[in-house]
Design a protein. Structure first.
Length: 428
């Protein structure tokens, strides 16, 4: 038999502390760590959702402990509480039997109150002085994996008494079952959210790929029809064939990107890191972007030492840099500036900074989600939403990290950090 800590605390203080827990706006799940509670200015009364499984556990506790009242109260679930009840008069306990719960939460183990009227912490509680007339209370906190108290499982009686050791064990066992059941409910709810998110992702993927494949295929079909009909001069036919070839390469590139995305997600992508000259890889990527940057009137600058060793897969790394530079060129208005710098301190860092349209607040983190595109990007240009997710996965493959700082209308800075390369083996 264990009493809560701080026995001298008055009932009013305990009720206030409990309102902060039960009426606060913070939602606590078993996966979260401890946090502070924020009390809403006028918290709405929570909707009580009666769950048959919890009520069945409450009924079992009432029968085993020979009490007329049992209650499973789950806290921290936002706008509703999963609750199980057994016995008459329990409807009032959510609002009035508040002083028992914080003591149970504070003690973090079974709390037994033989006679509430003789206990200064509870004798003035409305549930003791009025309906349902609680004299005896025994409650066990429902503690999650991370240490948070998720709720309270308790039994109550209208007369003073004590539970036997066997009844203590039964109450603790039923509390453990209720805790597992609650986690099952929450995992199921998370699973539903994940499934819904995957369905949205699938729909977005199908829309994107349909558009990106249909457009070049329609172009290819149209130009092939014109070539097949004949009557074209040699120069025109050559030009049409170039368009067909260009669109074919676009489709092949899209398929390659999809396959790479799939292999990176499945962690089956070929990855062969070795000691490379990082500056040489960056120069090649900058060179590949130079023609389009010049066509757009951009100033493209590279600031880097003559050479710098890194441990990387040169082909994969350049693929990631090509995507970053392509974005910088594409989303920077004509006549802008794109600066690329390579430094070591000692981690290898590549920074690509542009004077482009920027990314709206709140969307910077989302740009690494597969197939996600900002509304601005959708309006300005086509695309699959695979570029930045591929970059992120490739950099992670290298054990590095990527960070984006952006301000709408002022530009974007992308910083790629790679680990320090391992020391070269000493000659024998």
């Amino acid at each position: 038999m264990t009493e809560a800590r701080d026995p001298a605390e008055g009932a009013e203080h305990l009720r206030e502390e409990d309102r902060k827990r039960l009426g606060g706006s913070r939602v606590v799940t078993d996966d979260q760590g401890p946090g502070e509670w924020r009390e809403a200015a006028s918290p709405p009364a929570p909707t009580v959702l009666m769950e048959p499984d919890f009520s069945a556990l409450a009924t079992s506790a009432a029968l085993a402990c020979e009490t007329p009242i049992a209650l499973v109260s789950v806290i921290g679930t936002g706008d509703r509480r999963l609750t199980g009840r057994a016995g008459a008069g329990t409807e009032a306990l959510d609002e009035h039997a508040l002083s028992f719960f914080p003591c149970t939460v504070q003690g973090r183990e079974l709390l037994e109150v033989p006679d509430a009227r003789d206990d200064p912490r509870f004798r003035d509680d409305p549930a003791v002085t009025g309906e349902p007339g609680v004299r005896f209370y025994a409650g066990v906190p429902m503690i999650g994996r991370s240490g948070n108290v998720l709720g309270v499982f308790c039994v109550m009686d209208h007369r003073p008494r004590r539970l036997s050791d066997e009844q203590h064990r039964i109450l603790r066992s039923l509390t453990a079952v209720a805790t597992v059941l609650l986690k099952t409910y929450r995992y199921a709810r998370k699973s539903d959210q994940i499934i819904h998110g995957l369905q949205d992702l699938k729909d977005q993927f199908l829309r994107t790929v349909n558009h990106e494949l249909r457009t070049p295929l329609t172009s290819i079909r149209g130009y092939l029809q014109l070539v097949r009909e004949g009557g074209l001069d040699e120069a025109t036919e050559h030009r049409f064939l170039q368009v067909i070839e260009r669109n074919s390469e676009h489709i092949l590139g899209l398929i390659d990107e999809l396959l790479l995305m799939s292999s990176l997600n499945a962690r089956t992508a070929v990855f062969t890191p070795e000691r490379i000259d990082l500056v040489a890889v960056v120069r090649r990527a900058v060179g590949d972007a130079a023609a389009e940057a010049e066509r757009r009137g951009h100033t493209l600058r590279l600031e880097a030492p003559p050479s710098m060793t890194a441990w990387a897969d040169a082909r994969r790394l350049q693929h990631a840099l090509d995507h970053l530079l392509e974005n910088a060129v594409k989303y920077t208005p004509d006549g802008g500036t794109i600066e690329v710098t390579v430094t070591a301190d000692p981690a290898r860092r590549i920074r690509i900074r542009d004077t482009g349209i920027g990314i709206p607040p709140g969307e910077v983190e989302r740009v690494f989600e597969d197939f996600y595109r900002t509304q601005q990007a959708e309006e300005l240009t086509g695309g699959t939403g695979m570029g930045l997710p591929l970059v992120d996965k490739i950099i992670q493959l290298h054990g590095g990290s990527i960070r984006i700082d952006s301000e709408p209308g002022k530009g974007t800075s992308v910083r790629v950090t790679l680990p320090v390369p391992p020391s070269a083996p000493s000659p024998d």
